[in-house]
Every structure is written in C-alpha cells, then in structure tokens.
Design a protein around this ligand. Structure first.
Ligand SMILES: [Zn+2]
Length: 250
C-alpha cells in the first residue's frame, strides 16, 4: 500500500465529498497511476484543472504519483489578484517571439492565449531549442541554465519560478509585454493564427448545443481547430483582466 497527500483548491472542492474539501487528505493506493487518473478517480474532471504541483514542482497529467507525494491541484485560471485595472500604453514596434523548453507547456498555452508567437513541443531536444532560438531570433525560455549557456543562444531568459502563472508574470515583466497583449489571435494547440470563419462553413463540425448558442467562430489556419466565445473564452477573459490588474501594482 502507498499513500499520497492531496489538496484541491477553490472551486475544485465542489467535486469532492464533504470530508475532503478545503483540506489536505491522504489518498491510499495499491498501484502506481498517473496523477490524472488519480485525480479523476477522486471525482475531479481533468478539464477543470489548470495546474498540478507535485512536491512543489509543476507536473503534467502523465506524472506518476509516488508514495509520500504531496499533490496540490488548482482550477482553471485561478487568481486572487483584485488590484484595479491599468490603462494600456501605445504598442511597441518590435514583435517578441519565443521558443520554450519542453517543460513549459502551460506557460506556452498562456503566452499563445495572449497572442504571442510561441513555439513549443514536448519533444524538442536541447540542440533543436538552441538552433531554433538562434535561426529564428526567438527568445529561449527555460529553467535550464545549462541550455542558456550554449553559445549560439543569444536571446534567452531563465525562469525563476516553477508556477506557470508566476512564470507568465515574470516573462511579461521581463520583456515589458503588458501593452503587446492581443488575446484570442492564436491557436492554443499549435500557435497558428486564427481567422474568422462563417458558421455555415463549419456547422457540421459543431455539437448541437454549440450550434444553437454561438454564432461567431474562428478557425486555426494551421491545424483547423475551431474556437468560439463559450465558457472557456469567458474564463480566458477574466484571466487576462487579472493579468492586467496585476501589472497596475508594478
Ligand atoms: Zn492550431
């Protein structure tokens, strides 16, 4: 028998039985499993989850839970920032583009959400990352100091934090990007650019509920994924508002 400690935050507690809400509890298991499987066995759908920390480190859904682990699970776009909105300044001329280390998938999604050109794959080698950064003039983001020591990398930044939301703040501040945010321009999956598309052209690909309630759609020019202003869109909007609010204190 193995045991790990779990703690779920904010509205994720809605999915838990009363005795497991708003507290750290011990989960006993016989077979090692991915954190995704374990969380879902506890009753929380993985689609509700934004961030998982295992012993303080950000992990993805495939992380195998070990005996003695401390797992913290956060909902989509949770933030406690309540400072007032800041007025945007004029746009800078330069375009800042990124390539991200393989461990920074969540940060890549955040950056794409804000409209920044962000290359990310979970199978880039260090040599590929360094080459892309150099040949495409992309800022290499990583927590690996060794990677940034490679001589061909001229533009890079070593993230201090492991929490993706804090990493996003680090990047926005470090490169002064708060005024360059252009939400909902890029595909979160592949970094492709989104273009408006007529509902009629894609109607056969929509679920009945979506077909009924939504009328504006965008399609990724690269991977063909379709986006609309549903509940995810509203969560993203709130997330972006909080980011801008956070900047008003600095
Ligand atoms: Zn795409």
């Amino acid at each position: 028998m193995y045991a790990a400690k779990f703690r779920f935050y904010a509205e994720l507690n809605d999915f838990l039985p009363q005795e497991k809400r708003q507290r750290t509890f011990t989960h006993v298991f016989e077979l090692s499993a991915s954190v995704k499987d374990m969380i879902e066995a506890l009753g929380v759908p993985h689609t509700e989850i934004d961030l998982i920390l295992a012993n303080g480190q950000s992990v993805d859904f495939s992380y195998l839970v070990h005996d003695g682990d401390h797992i913290s699970v956060y909902p989509v776009f949770e933030s406690l920032d309540i400072t007032p909105l800041v007025r945007l300044r004029p746009q800078p001329l330069r375009e800042t583009r990124f390539v991200l280390d393989v461990h920074l998938g969540r940060l890549a999604t955040y950056l794409r959400m804000l409209g920044f050109d962000t290359l990310y794959r979970n199978d880039y080698t260090d040599a590929e990352l360094a080459h892309i950064s150099s040949s495409e003039s992309r800022i290499l983001l990583t927590r690996d100091r060794g990677l940034l020591k490679r001589s061909i990398v001229t533009h890079g930044y070593c993230l201090r934090t492991t929490n993706p939301r804090q990493q996003l703040d680090e990047v926005l501040r470090r490169f002064d990007l708060f005024t360059s945010i252009k939400p909902f321009q890029r595909c979160l999956r592949c970094n492709g650019l989104l273009q408006p598309v007529d509902k009629a052209a894609i109607i056969d690909r929509l679920q009945p509920q979506t077909r009924r309630h939504y009328h504006e759609f965008r399609r990724c020019q690269t991977c063909d994924h379709i986006y609309w202003k549903g509940s995810h869109y509203e969560r993203m909007q709130r997330f972006i508002e909080r980011i801008l609010q956070g900047n008003s204190t600095g």
